[in-house]
Design a protein around this ligand. Structure first.
Ligand code: GLV
Length: 327
């Protein structure tokens, strides 16, 4: 027979390879092979290999990809970012408009909301004070605060903020939030648009930043925002360091404009050893870890695999990023 039946031809088609770029590329390889069996899997961790190979790539999974090689990405169809943030990638002006960008937003929502709540309670209950007293071998007392009845302000309420709002509401906290297009959420007493941010800051005992880093939000939390915070207010940043003016933060902590802060994210990461923030008063640091949970990579790769298969079937991908909006 000269022509094989169509079904046999289909099964003879070799599926497209998949590529990944990440600092921990080796850990991704077995996960990609398991999630997309029967495909060639190529993982890079250095920019030179990425630059040399990008012309062949159709489906790409990334964390913090190099920025200057997209013009050569002639066959690229999909870039899937590991987590929610796409600020390492966007704006990508030399990336063809046909390339779909997707992320894994929502994946960390519950675990990150728990982390946020843990930090809120740590500040309210003054846990850093007790840890520091123990380190000094001192039996030092202070009165813990009460979360119930205090006000939590969530700046940039998406999936994580919504999960946090529900947990905080269940503890009896009053919850306020900002959202770009405000939509009712029963756990939140009042939702402001971004123009209402200072009103939220003025009313909140604890403020949690969960905004994406975009041209609009970059540097948007500066000295005027610190001045707008309620006296005794405290700030938690789990979003991106670039949103906050770090010299204004240092000044607000040093001058006591705010009572304390915990930051998981910084404009430069790792936070440089000589940063004055290490020693800032009433300031505690976690190392960009709020979104983590044990099977994070498996879940992130599963999101990518699902989108590769969806694209191949001609279906809409999940969690498509709006390139103009930047998230
Ligand atoms: C983590 O920082 C993320 O963007 O998901």
């Amino acid at each position: 027979m000269l022509l094989a039946p169509a079904r046999e031809l289909d099964s003879a088609i070799v599926p497209s390879p998949v590529h990944a770029f990440a600092p921990f590329a080796a850990a991704l390889e077995p996960l990609l092979r398991a999630a997309l069996p029967g495909r060639e899997v190529i993982c890079w961790r250095d920019e030179a290999a990425f630059a040399a190979g990008i012309g062949e790539v159709e489906y790409l999974f990334v964390l913090a990809p190099p920025r200057n090689h997209w013009a050569a990405a002639e066959r690229l169809k999909l870039i899937q970012c590991l987590g929610a943030g796409v600020d390492d990638l966007l704006p990508a002006r030399d990336l063809a408009a046909r390339v779909v960008i997707a992320n894994n937003r929502g994946m960390s929502a519950e675990s990150m909301a728990e982390f946020a709540l843990a930090l809120v309670l740590a500040l309210v209950k003054k846990l850093p004070f007790f840890v520091e007293a123990q380190q000094a071998r001192e039996w030092r007392r202070t009165l813990p605060g009460v979360a119930a009845g205090s006000t939590l302000g969530i700046v940039g309420m998406g999936a994580i903020g919504q999960a946090l709002a529900r947990k905080a509401h269940a503890l009896g906290m009053r919850v306020l939030a900002t959202q770009r297009s405000p939509k009712p959420e029963p756990a939140v007493e009042r939702i402001f648009d971004s123009a209402g941010t200072h009103e939220l800051l003025a009313q909140s005992d604890l403020v949690v930043l969960l905004l994406p880093l975009t041209d609009e939000t970059r540097g948007s939390f500066g000295s005027d925002a610190f001045a707008a915070m309620k006296p005794g207010g405290q700030l938690i940043n789990l979003a991106r360091g670039g949103i906050v003016d770090e010299s204004a933060l240092l000044e607000a902590l040093t001058e006591g404009t705010i009572a304390g802060a915990i930051f998981d994210v910084f404009s430069r990461e790792p936070l440089p050893e000589d940063s004055p923030l290490w020693e800032a008063p009433n300031f505690w640091i976690t190392p960009h870890t709020a979104g983590g949970f044990p099977d994070l990579l498996e879940r992130a790769i599963a999101g990518f695999a699902e989108n590769v298969l969806r694209m191949e079937r001609g279906e809409a991908v999940l969690n498509r990023v709006d390139r103009e909006r930047g998230y």
